[in-house]
Design a protein around this ligand. Structure first.
Ligand SMILES: NC(=O)c1ccc[n+]([C@@H]2O[C@H](COP(=O)([O-])OP(=O)(O)OC[C@H]3O[C@@H](n4cnc5c(N)ncnc54)[C@H](OP(=O)(O)O)[C@@H]3O)[C@@H](O)[C@H]2O)c1
Length: 320
């Protein structure tokens, strides 16, 4: 038997931010962190949905220490406001979990294609703004962790620097895969920069395999395709693991004492869609440092958020 939620170590005294904490994997991650004593800041785009989820969760974990805060990743202003409001919290872990998948083309408040904007640029912004709080710790403390939730579908992703926002050509699945590849490239580049800074923090990427959540219905719902919603219900019932099983790689990366910075964790069972978490290899192109640096530069320019971290030693391009 592999690692399960029963193996989450005591989290008393730790403060964790989870984006998209009201639904699916984010909710199950929040539940297990709270059950084990963590204070969880639930970063949600709808405070009403967040409060409802927190109320439900408290029925299961009555003493759960939860704080619900608005954080719409489709609005840089909302992300900034969230970061300001939680500036008083001593953060230990940030879980970049929220996401949308294969939705019709739309744009965020700042004019980014929504999947790239929410899944990647919103989290790039959030992480940059919370970094100082995450790094405020002594060398004796366990390292802060930044866990970014990607997808096995990152393997079909390409970063199209000439058309990042799908203005010339838009395919919902390609846009999703691009955003999820960006998640892994970001997590690895952040780890390299943390290492260069000798910071007491680790960055890792995870994927949940295939888990039965709301994710699969949002695209068809937005397209008004009831048939596709019905088909996805059947596929989910047959093939998907539960949302709580899907949360295990995230929980492992966020809490396991032996989890490693720069790693990619996902379920080790059937076709890596289900099962206990293990360290895995991500797609070859996710290890491409040149692409990662270029993505970092574009992300910084797009969001206006600079990280107070030195560039990795191998990075000799002063323009990045
Ligand atoms: N389920 C899977 O099989 C699977 C597979 C691979 C990867 N993933 C990844 O797992 C992560 C969690 O997805 P899930 O499966 O748990 O799906 P989910 O149940 O649909 O949850 C997604 C969460 O993201 C939030 N969200 C969406 N847009 C947002 C925005 N603009 N600002 C802030 N939050 C926003 C949603 O909030 P609302 O409820 O308010 O909309 C919801 O809380 C995603 O990154 C996804 O790409 C999932």
């Amino acid at each position: 038997m592999g690692w399960t939620a029963d193996d989450v170590p005591d989290q008393t005294g730790r403060t964790v931010v989870v984006t998209g904490a009201n639904s699916g994997i984010g909710l199950e991650t929040t539940r297990e962190l709270a059950r084990n004593g963590a204070s969880v800041i639930m970063a949600v785009r709808s405070v009403d949905r967040g409060e409802d989820a927190a109320d439900d969760l408290r029925e299961d974990v009555p003493d759960a220490d939860l704080r619900v805060e608005a954080c719409d990743l489709a609005s840089l202003e909302s992300v900034r406001s969230f970061a300001d409001r939680i500036a008083d919290a001593d953060l230990d872990v940030l879980i970049n979990n929220a996401g949308v998948m294969a939705i019709p083309r739309s744009e965020t408040e700042d004019g980014f294609e929504t999947q790239f904007g929410v899944n990647h640029l919103g989290h790039f912004t959030l992480t940059g703004l919370l970094l100082e709080s995450l790094l405020e710790r002594s060398d004796d403390d366990p390292p802060a962790r930044i866990v970014t939730v990607s997808s096995g579908l990152h393997e079909r992703g390409e970063i199209d620097f000439d058309d990042l926002h799908g203005e010339d050509e838009y395919d919902p699945w390609d846009a999703y895969a691009q955003s999820k590849l960006a998640n892994v490239l970001f997590a690895y580049e952040l780890e390299r920069r943390l290492l260069t800074a000798d910071a007491n923090a680790q960055s890792m990427a995870v994927h949940p395999g295939y888990a039965d959540t709301r994710l699969q219905y949002r695209g068809p719902e937005q397209r008004g395709s009831r048939l596709r919603v019905a088909l996805n219900r059947v596929t989910n019932a047959v093939l998907a693991q539960s949302a709580d099983a899907g949360a295990l790689p995230t929980l492992y990366a966020a809490t396991a004492l032996d989890a490693e910075g720069g790693a990619y964790y996902g379920p080790g069972g059937f076709m890596n869609m289900r099962g206990a978490p293990e360290r895995q290899a991500s797609a070859d192109r996710s290890y491409d440092e040149e692409t990662a640096r270029q993505l970092w530069r574009v992300s910084r320019e797009s969001t206006g958020v600079s990280y107070d971290l030195p560039r990795p030693a191998a990075d000799v391009d002063a323009t990045i």
